[in-house]
Design a binder for this molecule. Structure first.
Ligand SMILES: NC(=O)c1ccc[n+]([C@@H]2O[C@H](COP(=O)([O-])OP(=O)(O)OC[C@H]3O[C@@H](n4cnc5c(N)ncnc54)[C@H](O)[C@@H]3O)[C@@H](O)[C@H]2O)c1
Length: 374
């Protein structure tokens, strides 16, 4: 416990993933979950008991009664845009967190970015791989010249959920440059209605700084990213990573000659605990989630950007929609920003809607119950 007061966190949505976020904030030394807003009385009561927090049936009520430093919206995607905008407008919070995907339409994603940017509120866009601190260490090394000049990125991950995982990591190794144009293809009907998430979108992204990104549309034996530079290569599956360097002599066989340094493997990566509960009776929410929550704390404490700002998630979403548009137009190049802001890319049903309605009360109670032993 620190001597300075902890940042007061208010959760909007305390379903399955909201519970994980709230546990993450409880584990961090500088944050404390003080209030929850959720219209589902069962989820609200359970959350209030688990986190000894005050409860409200609406976010508006919570904002009217609480002085919050951080608002964390963990909601089905259909509610996400309105609630992130409301948090920016009404909560008075210093920082906002939300889950991914951001939205189903470009217009909604636009107004989320605008609501936070116009008020200077840092916004962490989800519990996502891009927030993993080891990836940032790798980025720092690459910026310091570890593999020479970065030329291209290969992403071995179909672009799903608006690119909020893989594309956002690709951007960080492309120096977070804007995306100039894309071509794309899909692993399914690009005109299909709904559940576009299942499409598997692949393509080519050209950044404004000339870096190229090639995205595989199908799952394969390879997963993660390869960043290729003039002097070396960085390979990561987003859980482990290695740097390889070009052999000094051109006489050495390239594959045998590529050097790797195992000291650069991620240390102690911990994903979701599936087998065991900690001494407080909680499943560990995962390193990725912990780094994502820490990121908003760092942002408001030090006046820096969160690791995965909402506007980067927006960039990924727009690039994904653009690749799908390219596929619809016979794989022709598509420039960004897209003119038609009414374009949509629907997430999977289970991300769009409240899960209780999809899973049924009994199965939902089992799933939300798993977070703790009791
Ligand atoms: N990053 C990840 O790894 C990850 C993992 C799981 C889920 N998610 C995302 O988290 C989000 C939520 O998923 P979940 O599994 O917790 O869903 P869930 O259905 O379990 O929980 C959603 C909660 O939001 C509440 N809610 C709905 N409308 C509300 C409103 N207007 N105000 C306040 N609360 C409201 C519901 O009552 C429910 O308690 C989804 O967007 C999903 O894509 C991300």
């Amino acid at each position: 416990m620190t001597n300075t007061p902890k940042y007061q966190v208010g959760m909007v949505g305390c379903g399955r993933q909201g519970t994980q976020h709230a546990r993450g904030f409880t584990l961090l030394p500088d944050t404390q979950v003080v209030a929850l807003a959720d219209p589902d009385p069962d989820n609200l009561q359970l959350g209030m008991r688990r986190f000894s927090a005050r409860g409200y049936s609406t976010a508006e009520e919570m904002y009217a009664n609480e002085k919050l430093d951080i608002v964390d919206c963990v909601l089905p995607v259909q509610f996400n845009p309105d609630m992130v905008v409301l948090a920016a407008e009404q909560s008075g919070a210093k920082g906002i967190v939300s889950e991914k995907p951001l939205a189903a339409s470009l217009r909604d994603a636009d107004r989320m970015v605008e609501a936070c940017r116009s008020r200077g509120i840092p916004w962490q866009g989800g519990n996502v791989d891009r927030s993993l601190s080891q990836l940032w260490e790798a980025r720092q090394m690459i910026e310091a010249g570890e593999i020479g000049e970065v030329l291209s990125i290969n992403l071995y991950e179909p672009t799903m959920q608006g690119g909020c995982q893989g594309l956002s990591v690709a951007h960080m190794f492309a120096q977070d440059a804007e995306v100039d144009w894309v071509t794309g293809w899909t692993n399914g009907d690009p005109f299909g209605e709904g559940d576009d998430d299942y499409l598997g979108i692949g393509g080519y992204m050209r950044y404004a700084n000339g870096i190229e990104c090639f995205i595989q549309a199908k799952s394969s034996a390879m997963t993660g990213l390869i960043v290729t530079g003039t002097q070396g290569v960085y390979v990561t599956d987003k859980r482990r990573h290695r740097f390889y360097h070009k052999p000094e002599s051109s006489d050495v066989d390239l594959l045998c000659g590529l050097q790797h340094n195992d000291s650069k493997v991620f240390k102690g990566f911990r994903g979701h605990a599936v087998d065991g509960y900690d001494e407080d009776g909680w499943l560990y929410p995962g390193d990725r989630l912990m780094d994502s929550m820490q990121s908003i704390v760092d942002a408001i404490t030090h006046g820096i950007e969160p690791k995965t700002p909402g506007y980067v998630q927006h960039r990924s979403f727009e690039a994904t929609v653009a690749m799908r548009e390219s596929a619809r137009q016979g794989n022709t190049p598509v420039s960004l920003p897209l003119e038609d802001r009414s374009l949509t890319l629907m997430p999977q049903k289970f991300r769009w809607m409240n899960k209780k309605g999809l899973l049924g009360e009994e199965e939902y109670a089992r799933q939300i119950g798993r977070a703790t032993k009791d």
